[in-house]
Write a protein that binds this ligand. Structure first.
Ligand code: PEP
Ligand code: MG
Length: 590
């Protein structure tokens, strides 16, 4: 592939959705789809029994999983459609498959996954060679069973991810939060995936790790090989595979330029976030992991506007204890004191599958049993977390934030749970901040419409645009195919935000934003003009957003916001804001 204008030469130049800025020049580490990556391993005689046992347990787990799936499918779309699972169950009981696998563990000293993989491949080839349609049509079933059992033998892909040696760019079809949570983050130079949109969790993760990332590349996982050279331009959404030396030099220069701008922005780190005419704005940072608190401080964030506690539930196979959580929260609160740290209660479900408890498969997980819905049903999880937060509150300025609230009933339930957690601590004479503030994320359209009533129940509101945009526009935030529809500058989104802020202020509570929209320089003047009180952004975006706020009059921002709200299309708002920003700022990456 050649691009004469920039003298770019490489085997492939792919364009995707830029989700985390910066330039990475590194080698590829391919994360295979599902768990079908087998590393042929020769085992010792002493390991044979253990491997056989592992295999048998994996088969049992796969059977159980299939039974649950079968019942659900039968219930939702009829017995006829559920019959396919009978075939899968039969395959799992096939004595030839079972015996052949066990025999190759025993005789050929293969690990369980390797032995099962080879057995299934052999069966597949026999069916492949058959001229009978019926047998050929069973091949997808064999493949499904192969993946399912191997997944259970290997545990999950995170173990494989741990094998990452040296630094690399992670390339995958998709990356789930459970995949990324165990990565050795010091070795990751960037991410490039086939699937995903601007606010998928890999995007949030990449920005918080301060590495460039491009998603929605559609075919990168198929065309790269492990060890290929790769360049990622996370600002433009370009990915180059096996570039020549001249191209690498060109990108090294671009990388230097990028860091120069970053350094200049860092100079305003300790200056207040205040407009030219004196309106002060709370500028804080979002945290994915507790160890990022330093990065938030070095980039000049005042407080933490959103600490996602989800990784605590995604990483370990046991539920986190009250003490473990208390120490984690206390660490952050103490480091930030006296500034606020807003800790969000567990927000798993959707694409975030915890390892510590099971969320049964659902047809619409983003509309399903997730976040606060789980917490309310599971006081054994929720109240443990609330007690840990309350205990940490005595060490500084901690506030509690509730995700995915869709109506008042949920808030009432959560307040009751908080009261129970408090009285439990009082009974044990454990100190906590009696006046700890409680806030609600406005990220479901029903909550946006009820913002005034919600505001009466709590101390603050925080707008979660990542979900609000997906639910308001009915656009899956992780689907690259419809990513062109996912627009936070959509007039309907702007109207909703205007209404939420006004409702909060009318009821006397402050309103912040912790969704990724707050980190978008194109949106800053609109949000400022709509009177948003707090911007909680990716740590690396703090200097850029501060620079914009420090360079304008609040009154000017109000004019810009009013004008932006007159447009009927997202594209018009984007064009208008790009023009405004280009005129005012040269450094800002619009
Ligand atoms: C949001 O939805 O805007 C948000 C901040 O939460 P998350 O991205 O964790 O869903
Ligand atoms: Mg959300």
């Amino acid at each position: 592939m050649e691009n004469h204008k920039n003298n770019i030469k490489c085997a492939y130049l792919l364009k995707g959705i830029p989700i985390s800025p910066g330039i990475a020049i590194s080698k590829v580490f391919v994360l295979q789809d599902e768990a079908v990556k087998i590393e042929p391993t020769v085992i010792d005689e002493s390991q044979i029994e253990g491997e056989i046992d592992k295999f048998k347990q994996a088969v049992a787990k796969a059977k159980l999983e299939l039974r649950t799936l079968q019942t659900r499918v039968a219930h939702r779309i009829g017995e006829e459609n559920a019959k396919i699972f009978d075939v899968h169950q039969l395959l799992l009981e096939d004595s030839l498959i079972i015996e052949e696998t066990i025999s190759s563990i025993k005789r050929e000293f293969k690990s369980a996954d390797h032995a099962f993989y080879d057995t299934m491949e052999k069966f597949q080839h026999t069916l492949d060679d058959s001229s009978i349609d019926f047998f050929q049509s069973r091949i997808p079933d064999l493949k499904d069973i192969k993946k399912r059992v191997i997944k259970h033998i290997q545990g999950d892909r995170t173990d494989y991810l741990n094998k990452l040696e040296g630094s690399a760019v992670i390339v995958a079809i998709d990356l789930t939060p459970s995949d990324t949570v165990k990565l050795d983050r010091h070795k990751v130079r960037g991410f490039a995936t086939d699937l995903g949109g601007r606010t998928t969790h890999v995007a949030i993760m990449a920005r918080s790790m301060e590495v460039p990332a491009v998603v929605g590349l559609r075919r990168i996982a198929r065309i790269v090989n492990e060890g290929d050279r790769i360049i990622i331009d996370g600002s433009k959404g370009h990915v180059l595979i096996n570039p020549d030396e001249k191209t690498i030099q060109h990108y090294r220069k671009l990388r230097e330029k990028y860091y120069d701008i970053e350094t200049r922005l860092a100079e305003i780190r300790d200056l207040p976030c205040i407009t030219l005419d004196g309106k002060e704005i709370e500028l804080s940072a979002n945290l994915e992991f507790s160890d990022e608190v330093e990065s938030a401080k070095t980039h000049g964030a005042r407080g933490i506007g959103l600490y996602r506690t989800d990784y605590i539930y995604l990483a370990g196979s046991a539920l986190p204890t009250e003490d473990e959580q208390y120490h984690e929260y206390k660490k952050i609160v103490e480091k930030m004191t006296p500034e606020p740290v807003i800790v969000r209660t567990m927000d798993v479900g959707g694409d975030k599958q915890p390892k510590s408890f099971t969320i049964p498969p659902e047809e619409n997980p983003f509309l399903g049993w997730r976040a606060i819905r789980i917490s309310i049903e599971r006081p054994d999880i929720f109240e443990v977390q609330l007690r840990a937060m309350l205990r940490a509150s005595q060490h500084g300025n901690l506030k509690i934030l509730l995700p995915m609230i869709s109506g008042l009933e949920e808030i009432i339930e959560c307040k009751a749970a908080l009261e129970r957690a408090k009285s439990e601590l009082r009974k044990k004479k454990i100190p906590f901040d009696e006046n700890v503030e409680l806030g609600v994320m406005i990220e479901v359209p029903s909550a946006a419409l009820l913002a005034d009533k919600i505001a009466r129940e709590v101390d603050f509101l925080s707008i979660g645009t990542n979900d609000l945009v997906q639910y308001l526009l009915a656009v899956d935030r992780g689907n690259e195919r419809i990513a062109y529809l996912y627009k936070h500058l959509h007039p309907a989104v702007l109207r909703a935000i205007k209404q939420i802020i006004a409702a909060g202020h009318q009821e006397g509570v402050w309103v912040g934003m912790c969704g990724e929209m707050a980190s978008d320089p194109l949106a800053t003047l609109i949000l400022l003009g709509l009177d948003l009180d707090e911007f909680s952004v990716t740590p690396t975006s703090v200097p850029e957003i501060k620079k914009i706020i420090r360079s304008v009059d609040y009154r000017e921002a109000v004019r810009v916001a009013n004008k932006a709200l007159e447009f009927s299309k997202a594209s018009e708002v984007e064009r208008f804001m790009t023009k405004v920003m280009r005129q005012k700022f040269k450094d800002i990456k619009t």
